[in-house]
Ligand binder design. Structure first.
Ligand code: ATP
Ligand code: MG
Length: 283
């Protein structure tokens, strides 16, 4: 196992913009959603939370913008403790796109839905409409007068993402962003997430099981199992550690599998994380 993978101490690094410090949360029915969870987000990074169903990814994510409160432990966002006093300020900084897009859409039209967040932030109707038009254009959603309920699953996902983008958060948290998207829309969302980091300096947290997508996008990968982050590190370390991934019920990404199985490992060659990086090595 790689030596620099496991550094899971709860200590807060000075540059952390989110610090989840040993947080536990038990649901009313007694299920422990997360347990002793330690997790941080740093400026201008894409960090992926990878773990099997029921690992605690969504539960963690909903703590980051104060939608859920910890039973134990502490969460700080931009230096503010998440508590009743700070929660509304924190929600303006952390935009959360839910796993279930349906639970995010409720207005009569797509346009109203995407304008809702900016209006809530206190923008004028005109400003909110401009933000909404920009965000809908970014995700490529043209049917702005449609009733959200009648959209397809993938279209709902795009509108839900637009609704959060329109608020221009400092941290974007997305829960399984591409599960129901076709390949071209999935690629569009991947490109948007990258450009938010590169052009807008936003940090992006993504929960997903798609290890290929994690390989293409992540600056840092956290493996979640049984309610805790059990390992974190660079994608070229974590996503090539087959034993670790298997212990969390996950698979190596396709590029890592091919690189390993084809015996391409040789001194000085950087482990590829995308097909574009792998193909020249095969050739
Ligand atoms: N509302 C709830 N009431 C009771 N238990 C819940 C609730 N929501 C989640 N849980 C439980 O908490 C644990 C973590 O669930 P969570 O939804 O955070 O997992 P996840 O990693 O997001 O999974 P998935 O990949 O399926 O989305 C699971 O055991 C789940 O059954
Ligand atoms: Mg989930």
């Amino acid at each position: 196992m790689e030596s620099d993978i496991h550094h899971l101490a709860g200590a807060e690094r000075e540059d952390a913009i989110v610090h989840v410090d040993c947080v536990s949360h038990r649901y009313p029915d007694g299920t422990e959603g997360i347990h002793n969870m330690c997790f941080s987000v740093y400026p201008k990074e894409i960090v992926t939370l990878c773990g099997p169903n029921g690992a605690g990814k969504s539960t963690l994510i909903e703590h980051i913008n104060g939608l859920m409160m910890p039973d134990k432990g502490r969460i700080r966002v931009f230096g503010m403790d998440i508590d009743k006093k700070n929660v509304s300020a924190i929600r303006k900084l952390v935009g959360l796109v839910f796993q279930d897009a349906d639970s995010q859409l409720f207005s009569p039209t797509v346009m109203d839905d995407v304008m809702f967040g900016p209006l809530n932030l206190g923008l004028t109707v005109e400003e909110a409409r401009k933000r909404a038009e920009w965000a809908l254009d970014v995700v490529g959603m043209k049917e702005t007068n449609k009733i959200p309920h009648y959209l397809s699953g993938g279209q709902k996902r795009l509108v839900a993402i637009a609704g959060i983008l329109a608020m221009k958060p400092q941290i974007l948290v997305v829960d399984e962003p591409t599960g129901d998207l076709d390949p071209s829309n999935a690629k569009r969302i991947e490109d948007i997430l990258r450009s938010l980091r590169d052009e807008h300096g936003i940090s992006v947290v993504i929960a997903l099981h798609d290890m290929d997508m994690a390989a293409r996008l992540a600056d840092r990968v956290c493996i979640v199992r049984g309610g805790s982050v059990i390992a974190e590190g660079k994608p070229e370390d974590i996503l090539y550690d087959e034993r670790l991934l298997q212990s969390a019920g996950l698979e190596m990404p396709m590029v890592a599998k091919l690189f390993t199985d084809l015996g391409l490992k040789s001194k000085g060659v950087k482990r590829p994380l995308s097909l574009e990086q792998l193909i020249p090595l095969i050739k």
